[in-house]
Design a protein around this ligand. Structure first.
Ligand code: NDP
Length: 403
């Protein structure tokens, strides 16, 4: 009997709710709560129609700990799956500590007024979760999330020492809109307009945003221009795998997307500094988010695939070795299964799997605050194959991005 509370009813929240409902032998009661209850009700109606499962819904402002505590005390779940925005991570963790329940999220905390991606704030909860006998699993989407499970799976089974890691993330889909982001526009644009950063020889190398790029040949897709970005999982990966000499994260962007972004940046629309407008304080990026298509509206006519994987070079038995592990996911198939596009799907499915493991597998239930690579990767890899994200691997074959 495991009751679960899902917070956030956007693109990812919809997928988590569908997938939990499709696994009601584990998630015996589900509540979806978010700022706008009508969005939860719409998802609940789809779930009833498609999977015949009834879930509960509620309104909650997850910025307010007291509201969360009242909701948690009345529903009494075993854990929260937080798929609202990174701004709510700490308030939800506080509410979990106050009510004695476990926690999982898919993106690390950021303060609203600084676009800064680091785990320090959430790692600072380590002792409090440990002492309370509660678990917090951080960043359990695809990237962060599966990319760390892939890396730890490679480390466990393929290498004596890993030296070079490249996480490569391609979206070769087409949603037919002139400009839209595949997950929350505000968070997405904050992430890609900040300087790039990668790990090399024991230190972070900072580069101007989008200044390193090259075509990478993605399986089943072909070559796509890919850009080095800073991505949050690099911070925990280089800490947990100290043999890494270099770790980078690459993501594809189309030329039309980059041109739109450049114009928006040049006219000040991506700024997070408040400005006065008709007597009100508004944040240009928040206003921009309000006029862009929401991620959960992109799914219906989305075609093409995503491809996300880790390619690693290192040593096994004294020999050089390369390993590449990846998943390709089809936007239209995701729509058929759970009325979502593949970026929401590849985030929501691992969140459900992480929660399933925390509730059913002793290896995955440990008091404290954890990143995904710190737990046994094997059962997670099995569940990816079972729940819609099958993976493939290649050993000592030509790599998408040659060293
Ligand atoms: P959306 O913008 O589609 O959804 C966010 C949801 O959170 C909305 O329903 C929103 O409510 C709700 N919300 C926002 N603020 C509050 C609040 N104060 N209280 C309650 N609910 C709130 O975003 P996505 O679904 O695309 O993304 C969700 C999360 O997943 C983000 O944190 C994102 O960074 C993360 N993500 C992680 C990835 C990974 O691979 N690890 C990849 C993609 C996303 P309302 O509808 O009222 O606005």
């Amino acid at each position: 009997m495991s009751k679960v509370l899902i917070i956030g009813a956007g693109g990812v929240g919809g997928v988590v709710a569908h997938k939990c409902a499709m696994n009601s032998h584990v998630f015996t009661e589900i509540m979806l709560a978010s700022r706008t209850k009508s969005k939860c009700d719409k998802i609940a109606a789809d779930i009833k129609e498609m999977h015949g499962v009834t879930i509960q819904t509620a309104a909650v402002d997850a910025d307010i700990v007291a509201e969360l505590v009242v909701l948690i005390k009345s529903f009494q779940p075993k854990m929260v799956i937080n798929v609202a925005l990174p701004y709510q991570d700490l308030t939800i963790m506080d509410a979990c500590l106050e009510t004695g329940i476990h926690y999982l999220d898919t993106a690390n905390y950021e303060p609203k007024d600084v676009a800064k991606f680091e785990y320090s704030w959430q790692w600072a909860y380590q002792e409090r979760f440990k002492e309370a006998g509660l678990m917090a699993l951080l960043g359990c989407g695809f990237d962060p999330g599966v990319t760390q499970v892939f890396t730890s799976f490679a480390n466990k089974h393929q290498f004596d020492e890993m030296h070079y890691l490249d996480i490569i993330d391609c979206n070769a889909g087409n949603h037919g809109k002139a400009f839209a982001t595949n997950f929350n526009p505000e968070i997405n644009i904050r992430e890609i307009t900040q300087p790039g950063r990668y790990w090399e020889n024991g230190e972070w190398v900072e580069i101007p945003a989008m200044s390193i790029h090259k075509p990478i040949d993605y399986p089943g897709i072909g070559p796509k221009e890919s850009y080095v970005l800073y991505h949050e999982e690099l911070e925990s990966l280089v800490k947990n795998f100290p043999t890494l000499k270099r770790a980078r994260f690459w993501m594809t962007f189309g030329q039309a997307y980059l041109t739109h972004l450049e114009v928006l940046q040049n006219v000040g629309m991506t700024s997070i500094a408040p400005i006065k407008f008709q007597g009100m304080d508004i944040v240009p990026l928040e206003f921009l988010k309000a006029v862009l298509p929401p991620p959960d509206s992109l799914g219906e006519n989305y075609t093409g695939q995503t491809s996300i994987g880790c390619q690693i070079k290192g040593i096994k038995d004294g020999q050089d070795k390369t390993y590449y592990v990846w998943n390709n996911c089809d936007h239209a198939e995701c729509w058929k299964e759970v009325r979502a596009q593949a970026v929401s799907y590849t985030t929501g499915v691992p969140a459900m799997i992480g929660a399933m493991l925390m509730l059913t597998n002793a290896d995955w239930m440990k008091a404290g605050v954890w990143n995904c690579e710190e737990l046994n990767p094997d059962p997670f890899m099995d569940l990816l194959n079972q729940h819609g994200l099958p993976w493939h691997e290649q050993i000592n074959q030509p790599l998408p991005h040659e060293y």
